[in-house]
Ligand binder design. Structure first.
Ligand code: AMP
Length: 608
């Protein structure tokens, strides 16, 4: 094991390293720094976040640039604003004794003119997000024609986020003979293509195994019905009273909804996604860092660059579309030598994805059961007991002790303990008493796989659902997701109550369970939306998916008259338009009401 001195760094950097308290180089630093110091070479480094890779490229870049010059010599591209700022801060700390050093962050959501002004003052190193950088180049606010070192940090993530074109464009403004250092947690084909295209005979280093997730993270999955996903999430949180976690959802909307529902249910949670203002995101991140919130619900994009060391659990509320993204998610925990758990809540239709992830991370998942109510109550009770046992006594109580003793004169110790614990425990007990089992056995018939994304069309052939025709469609601004939301909101239905939604130009179809038929038809009797009659009728094809999806019933005739003219002939449901069903019902609200999970009162969690 070498020291920072052995790596050949100069005294200014060594002094900063001492100030930072870094005692020895991390693996990626040990491997990358000598290569980058010794030669002008391109480099591909496979390393996870949290391995110290900023310093691995940062120290050599700081050592090599000329701080006496005001020319921009180094460009670091990173996927998100958070990461961009984090790298900038680290670079400033590493270069604090490099007199004259100016590192400037360039990212969206902040004044472009201010950033341009800072660069004009002479920025030797620019740390940028690709979108804003491209914009600055276009407006001629920055000159990168003389850079000698470019870093593509988290290259896989930048490509995941669709920055390929921007990166290509930016690099076309840089000299061909510069050195390019690419850092990536995974090596999907796109990253290899970029490396081939922009790099010249790069040296390669790998920290850990390629694409392997951090070794101190264990991976678990929980198989539930899709409609029980939110309940499962709550149980996993309740079964881990000291959880400090990031929950990943696929869409901004789901992220917001899950966070809102958790907050409403008394959890200490916050949302982090791209629809929030920068200010809101900063506030959430600050609360999370300070552990004022215990559960951060985030999208993949927004969570990039979260640099918080103590995350105990990552919960995949939904799996990512790309299995590689799972590595980034699980890498949020198990940092800084700590252990972590990455949990996945899956429905039957997704379980096969676990296998592909296992291949990528080179590790096995453990299938576990969602804890039942009794387990959770026990965990909560023991957690409370431990908290009380470890609580420091507040001696302000001393002066009231005699009155309290008087009150409990006839109560023995056991009884007193029971009473004391009941204050907190009864809420949990009432909530979880007689709770149902949420686990689904592997290989069993999955009712909900039909609902998610609609890949399984078996439901259509069963007689338990009703297919409806509705006289609104694409022309009225509805796609299948918007229509599904509209129907759910109108009739106050749950996440899975409306399914097989298919929109055409001027009309659409959807299904509900048979028992909702009366409610649906009653709701849409004489129903007006934005000044026009919206008409719902039963379609003859109960399941959907056939070409001749016709309406039936006498009520249909009456409503027919109100339908906007000229649309009757195109009321066929083309079987070729199932693409939408393959997508997940990502905009859906998780079931908040716990109708099947007993009890109306929910336990409210105390804040940390
Ligand atoms: P990074 O992977 O660059 O995001 O680094 C993760 C964290 O590790 C940052 O907070 C760094 O300041 C810290 N770090 C980087 N190198 C070392 C080192 N050699 N020893 C201790 N901490 C380090």
């Amino acid at each position: 094991m070498s020291t920072f001195q052995d790596l050949g760094l100069n005294d200014d950097l060594l002094q900063a390293i001492t100030d930072l308290g870094f005692t020895k180089p991390s693996e990626v630093q040990e491997k990358a720094i000598p290569i980058l110091l010794e030669s002008e070479t391109d480099l591909v480094a496979l390393a996870q976040t949290g391995t110290g890779k900023t310093a691995a490229f940062g120290f050599p870049m700081l050592e090599k640039i000329d701080v006496a010059s005001r020319t921009t010599q180094g460009l670091i591209l990173s996927p998100t604003r958070e990461l961009c700022l984090q790298i900038t801060n680290e670079m400033k700390l590493y270069g604090k004794y490099c007199k004259g050093l100016n590192v400037v962050a360039v990212y969206g959501g902040s004044s472009i003119q201010d950033q341009a002004r800072e660069i004009k003052r002479g920025a030797q190193i620019i740390v940028a997000t690709p979108g804003r950088m491209k914009d600055m180049i276009k407006r001629r606010l920055v000159d990168i024609s003389k850079i000698q070192y470019s870093v593509l940090d988290e290259a896989d993530e930048m490509l995941n986020m669709g920055f390929k074109e921007d990166i290509t464009d930016i690099l076309s403004h840089t000299p061909v003979d510069k050195s390019t250092w690419l850092f990536s947690a995974t090596m999907p084909r796109e990253v290899a293509t970029i490396a081939k295209k922009f790099m010249n005979n790069p040296q390669e280093i790998t920290v850990g195994t390629k694409n392997e997730s951090t070794s101190n993270v264990s991976h678990e999955y929980y198989l539930v019905n899709a409609r029980d996903r939110y309940q499962a999430l709550k149980r996993l949180s309740d079964a881990n009273p000291d959880i400090f976690s990031v929950i990943f959802c696929r869409t901004k909307r789901d992220t917001q909804k899950v966070a809102e529902n958790l907050i409403e249910d008394g959890y200490s949670a916050g949302a982090l996604h791209g629809d929030l203002s920068q200010n809101q995101r900063d506030l959430v991140m600050k609360s999370f860092r300070n552990q004022q919130i215990q559960i951060l619900v985030a999208t993949d994009v927004a969570a990039r660059g979260i640099d918080v060391d103590d995350i105990t659990h990552v919960i995949n509320y939904q799996l990512p579309d790309e299995p590689e993204v799972y590595t980034h998610r699980s890498g949020r925990t198990g940092r800084a030598g700590k252990t972590g758990i990455s949990m996945v809540i899956v429905s039957k239709s997704e379980v096969r994805k676990i296998k592909s992830i296992e291949r990528i991370i080179n590790k096995k998942f453990e299938k576990k059961d969602i804890p039942d109510g009794a387990d959770i109550c026990e965990v909560q009770l023991m957690s409370l007991a431990n908290k009380i046992h470890n609580t420091e006594i507040n001696h302000e109580i001393d002066k009231h002790l005699s009155s309290i003793n008087e009150l409990f004169a006839d109560t023995d110790k056991d009884e007193l303990i029971k009473k004391f614990f009941s204050v907190e425990f009864t809420r949990f007990y009432n909530y979880y008493n007689k709770s149902k089992n949420l686990n689904v056995a592997e290989g069993s018939y999955d009712r909900d796989s039909r609902r998610e994304g609609g890949r399984d069309f078996s439901r259509g052939s069963k007689n338990d659902s009703t297919r409806y025709f509705i006289n609104v469609g694409g022309k009225d601004g509805f796609d299948w997701m918007k229509l599904k939301d509209f129907l759910k909101e109108q009739m106050n239905l749950g996440r899975d109550d409306v399914f097989k939604v298919e929109t055409k130009d001027s009309f659409s179809f959807f299904n509900t369970e048979n028992e909702l038929k009366e409610k649906v038809l009653a709701h849409f009797t004489d129903f007006k939306h934005e000044g026009r009659f919206v008409n719902v009728e039963v379609s003859e094809n109960r399941g959907g998916g056939r070409r001749n999806d016709r309406r039936s019933g006498s009520s249909g005739k009456r409503r027919d008259d109100r339908r906007s003219g000229g649309r009757r002939d195109d009321r066929k449901e083309s079987s070729g338009n199932r693409g939408d069903r393959r997508r997940s019902d990502s905009g859906s609200k998780p079931r908040r009401s716990d109708s099947s999970d007993f009890g109306s009162s929910r336990p409210r969690r105390s804040r940390r």
